[in-house]
Design a protein around this ligand. Structure first.
Ligand code: DMJ
Length: 548
């Protein structure tokens, strides 16, 4: 793609962000989210994750959720003036002393993550804010929120309740049911809060919950989707890589990258191998019962599209590319990705035909481009940009789609459209923000820098680089995890007198145990070389070699 075209699309994305942001500011701020069709607002913090809309607050008037979510994107776009305005508005006006029942997971990734990331960006060496006026106000707000979160962990198991009232803590008769993501996706934000404040309680609570969850895995290293925090028993034994579980896997890997502690890698590695072994079918991922590994639901969900991005962090580029292509084909077929698609019957789910502006495909596209520098991913990004402008842009912002078969719109602009969708699309065409500093992006797209002070292994003299970029422009377009040395092969078992079984996080088994194949797609990724296997002329899966 020519530089001129790249800049043109970059500017189109910039316009998308401001169209969404300015309409939010005009019609919804300081409420939580914009209703773009009616140019009004919704105070949706209490509704996030609350499918039945229970226990909604009476006097809650919003927490400027979309502004909080926009701050790090404003920095990525280089708008420090608006960033500063937002930071000081929140410093002067935001309070968490409100009688509102919120979902811990959602509030953690959106509000705590948004505030912490903005605080770090406000105080890094770029001097984006007037130093005298900024006195850690966002960090103080984050700490206040973190203290309220601690009540959630006060359960018999240390697993956090899914719901707390910001003012009163865990309510009487509160449900004890939560999700795997709800317990296992807190370590980045709570960990960084502890590192920034010196108060170890946040990280300790998140880590205790994560370890408890880890100990609940099955003998196959699989997890369920929902569980009871008072008994530590599973409720839903079936799970996959989508809703209710997705960010649990993501945070194990990202915690390892951010904090450098081997416990995270060891957990991630075992969990990743189990996912590839029991959920994967060619490029697709179905659900399976954690106890038996038997397939349960054959469904594609739009949330699963984050997985190829995570695979790039592991270094499993070939697998990532394979799945990403399939997700993109679905996007091309429908114009966007439907929430749920029944793989076994090849039809849309009867009730989940909607597309709430989810960013996961754009996210994975950004990671794949960073890893391969293959311009095809920019073309994918361009298609996504064009679809969003064609189907979802309205006068008052960007609207969700209620039904992908009719493209009927829904009056909701989710805050992650600003924190994730616009950010990843922008970074795909202009990654200047990543030039001098390595970041890990939280599951909501908020950047946390990788600093030796927070990392167990990085030397003090660590010079940050854009570590997701594994290939220079003129290098081979395929890289293996092993070459990158991010995906070490390990021996999992040694039987007497037999060769050691070598397993690695990038292992993808061939479809047939006996390694016969008809097409390349029947072959997996070799566990020792981490290379994509191809189907030989003789009909066997062989090693994939790249000839430069
Ligand atoms: C975001 O809030 C986060 O990415 C979360 O992990 C799940 N997905 C939504 C957007 O689809």
């Amino acid at each position: 793609m020519s530089d001129a075209k790249r800049m043109r699309i970059r500017d189109k994305v910039r316009k998308m962000f401001y169209h969404a942001y300015e309409n939010y500011i005009a019609y919804a701020f300081p409420h939580d989210e914009l209703k773009p069709l009616t140019k009004s607002f919704t105070d949706s913090l209490s509704e996030l994750g609350n499918l039945k809309l229970e226990h909604l607050p009476h006097n809650y008037v919003g927490s400027a959720l979309t502004l909080i979510e926009s701050l790090s994107s404003l920095v990525v776009l280089g708008n420090t003036t608006e960033f500063e305005r937002g930071v000081f508005w929140l410093s002067d006006n935001l309070t968490f002393d409100v009688d509102a029942r919120i979902n811990l997971f959602e509030c953690n990734i959106r509000v705590l993550g948004g505030l912490l990331s903005a605080h770090i960006l406000a105080t890094d060496s770029k001097n984006r804010l007037t130093p005298r006026a900024y006195n850690n106000q966002l960090l103080n707000l984050a700490e206040d929120l973190g203290q309220r979160f601690l009540h959630a962990f006060d359960s018999p198991t240390g697993l956090p309740y899914a719901w707390i009232n910001l003012k009163y803590g865990v309510m009487e008769k509160e449900t004890s049911e939560t999700s795997t993501s709800g317990c296992g996706s807190l370590i980045l934000e709570m960990g960084i809060l502890s590192r920034l404040t010196g108060d170890t309680r946040y990280e300790a609570a998140a880590l205790r919950a994560l370890r408890k969850l880890w100990n609940m895995r099955s003998s196959l290293n699989l997890f369920g989707t929902t569980l009871d925090v008072t008994t530590g028993e599973w409720i839903e034994y079936s799970s996959g890589i989508g809703a209710g579980v997705d960010s649990f896997y993501e945070y194990l890997m990202k915690a390892y990258i951010l904090f450098g502690n081997d416990q995270f890698w060891n957990m991630f590695h075992s969990a990743y191998v189990a996912v590839q072994k029991y959920f994967r079918h060619g490029p697709w991922y179905h659900e399976a019962d954690m106890r038996t590994g038997k397939a349960t639901y054959w469904q594609l969900t739009s949330l699963q599209a984050f997985w190829p991005g995570l695979q790039i962090l592991v270094g499993d580029v070939a697998s990532a590319n394979l799945s990403h292509r399939e997700f993109f084909h679905v996007w091309e077929r429908f114009g966007v990705i439907p929430e749920r698609y029944l793989l076994d019957r090849g039809v849309l789910h009867p009730t989940e035909k909607y597309y709430p502006l989810r960013p996961e495909l754009a996210e994975s596209t950004f990671y794949l481009y960073q890893a391969t520098k293959d311009p095809w991913y920019m073309e994918v990004g361009e298609t996504i940009v064009n679809s969003l402008n064609y189907y979802t842009k309205v006068d008052g912002g960007f609207a969700s789609i209620r039904d992908v078969t009719t493209m009927q719109l829904e009056d909701h602009q989710h805050s992650f459209f600003l924190s994730e969708m616009c950010k990843y699309l922008y970074l795909l065409f202009d990654d200047t923000f990543l030039a001098e500093q390595s970041y890990i992006f939280t599951t909501e797209g908020h950047p946390f820098p990788i600093r030796s002070a927070w990392h167990e292994k990085l030397p003090n003299t660590y010079i940050p680089s854009n570590w997701t970029s594994v290939k220079a422009e003129n290098q081979a377009s395929h890289v293996s995890a092993l070459t990158l040395q991010v995906c070490p092969a390990i021996e999992t078992s040694t039987r007497e007198n037999s060769a050691p079984v070598v397993e690695s996080a990038c292992h993808v088994p061939d479809i047939h145990d006996y390694h016969r194949c008809k097409r390349d797609e029947d072959c997996g990724v070799d566990s020792t070389s981490c290379r994509q296997r191809t189907c030989s002329m003789a009909g066997y899966c062989g090693l994939w070699f790249f000839i430069p």
